[in-house]
Design a binder for this molecule. Structure first.
Ligand SMILES: [Zn+2]
Length: 77
């Protein structure tokens, strides 16, 4: 019986963590806000939009933590 309680607790915590990870606004979540976090598609790091390296590709903006990640993205696309 005790194990069941632990299992329910673990499932609840897991769902909460998963919800937090997916609940964040994406790169287009808060347009115009410089403090919005954007995800680097290369290394999956979240960085503030204002300090990100921006690459324009097929009409979209992609944001990177560093010039190195931007270069890796350019090479792959
Ligand atoms: Zn990066």
């Amino acid at each position: 019986m005790r194990y069941l309680i632990y299992a329910v607790l673990a499932a609840t915590v897991w769902l909460l963590l998963r919800g937090m990870a997916r609940g964040r606004p994406g790169p287009s979540g808060q347009p115009g806000s410089d403090v919005a976090l954007v995800e680097d598609p290369v290394c999956k790091t979240h960085i503030p939009k204002s300090s990100a390296v921006v690459v324009h590709r097929s009409g979209k903006n992609f944001y990177f933590c560093s010039e190195r990640c931007a270069a890796a993205f350019r090479d792959a696309h």
